[in-house]
Write a protein that binds this ligand. Structure first.
Ligand code: CP3
Length: 371
């Protein structure tokens, strides 16, 4: 495990050996660009597939704190990553609301009882993070214990809009016809669902902080399928409410928002009061950096498909992403979306090694600062 000697007091009074990720989120100077990968624990790793087979199904894995901890640590042991992310899923909240989540092999997530009408929405319960969702908090506590002071732990949840797409469609959407029809026909009903989800997501994320998470990320995987006015009302506004709730209760815990295909909204997203924004590969980091104008840190944005190319090509693309962000603090290197299942694990290693080797040139060292 790579650690740095420059530890400072992080958000929760926890002294971490490697706090590059948290410092980058605060846009402080760092020696090199910190890196982690969305979906870093997952099916591209043989050791993950072995643990998952031991657990049974994917949700059995999520409900077993020891095994969740095992798979969370697997990519950290393999690569020199600068952050751990809780192993869980965004669909735990709708499951805890009683929708009956299952993962059919090769078909993705499905709900047995999707939302059909306003009455279904108004009847949704508000899950207790230490009740129905205690298995997630137990995973956070177990992972925190195993990590000790080595690395920061990222907690996460889905955005209200992204959760609502699964809850209304009943499964992963293609055209999102049902939920978009709801947005056009009965926007105030969708507002009620968003408000409930924003409240549940805020409580859930704060409980993850209490259990040991150092930073939080909200995944808005499907915000980019909306027309701009609908995005603002049904995706951005509920995320703004979440950031406000988090900042009121835990002002020092950094929050990252990520709307896939949301490059055009980066400036408005920066105004929510969040600390960092995820950027996918369809927006150059140089453009993203101009749009946010120093208000937030940026996380991204190598196209995950790059990892199917040769090591030489991967290094060249890493160099291009670093160059695109340019010099100075506030960059967290990541993929522009989750790592793909067919990725050769060594190729992820090539990417991480390249960031370590090439990124120091983009940062001002302490010595250079003084001279
Ligand atoms: O980043 C990490 O390593 C943390 C773990 C994580 C998972 N899901 C594990 C997982 C995170 C952050 C998520 C978030 C998630 N889940 C999102 C948003 C992130 C994004 O990529 O935009 C979404 C849309 C989901 C819903 C979901 N869960 C889908 C679409 C799938 C894939 C279903 C399939 O069969 O292909 C899942 C399952 C899932 N979540 C897996 C993992 C490792 C694969 C499950 C398996 O082992 O079979």
């Amino acid at each position: 495990m790579n650690t740095l000697s420059t530890a400072s007091a992080p958000s929760q009074g926890r002294i971490l050996d490697n706090d590059l990720f948290l410092r980058a989120l605060r846009r402080e100077n760092v020696e090199r660009t910190p890196t982690w990968m969305m979906r870093q624990a997952g099916r591209y790793l043989p050791e993950y597939r072995a643990t998952r087979a031991k657990a049974g199904g994917f949700m059995d894995l999520c409900r077993n704190a020891e095994l969740c901890c095992e798979v969370t640590l697997q990519p950290l042991e393999r690569y020199g990553l600068d952050a751990a992310i809780l192993f869980s899923d965004i669909l735990t909240i709708p499951d805890a609301m009683g929708l009956g989540l299952s993962f059919a092999e090769g078909e993705g997530p499905q709900f047995a009882r999707p939302l059909r009408n306003a009455a279904d929405i108004d009847a949704l319960p508000d899950p207790d993070p230490e009740g129905e969702l205690r298995y997630v908090m137990n995973a956070v506590r177990t992972i925190r214990g195993a990590l000790g002071s080595r690395l920061p732990l990222i907690g996460f949840a889905g955005s209200p809009w992204t959760l609502a797409t699964y809850m209304v469609e009943g499964r992963g959407g293609h055209d999102f016809a049902k939920i978009k029809a709801l947005a056009y026909e009965q926007p105030e009903v969708l507002d009620r669902l968003s408000a409930k989800l924003a409240k549940s997501v805020t409580q859930y994320l704060l409980a993850q902080v209490a259990a040991g998470a150092d930073a939080l990320m909200v995944f808005d995987t499907w915000g980019g399928v909306l027309a701009p006015s609908l995005y603002r009302r049904h995706s951005l506004d509920p995320m703004r409410a979440i950031v406000a709730g988090l900042k009121a209760a835990a002002p020092t815990v950094p929050v990252i928002l990520f709307t896939k295909n949301g490059g055009q909204y980066l400036s408005e997203m920066a105004d929510t009061g969040c600390d960092g924004l995820g950027v996918d590969w369809t927006t150059d980091l140089s453009v993203a950096r101009e749009r946010v104008a120093g208000r937030v840190a940026l996380q991204g944005n190598l196209d995950p498909t790059t990892l199917f190319a040769s090591p030489e090509r991967i290094r060249a693309e890493v160099a291009r992403v670093l160059q695109s962000y340019g010099a100075g603090p506030g960059h967290i290197f990541n993929l522009g979306h989750g790592i793909l299942q067919q990725t050769p694990p060594e190729h992820a290693g090539v990417m991480i090694a390249a960031v370590r080797e090439l990124s120091p040139a983009h940062h001002v060292t302490g010595a250079a600062l003084k001279s």
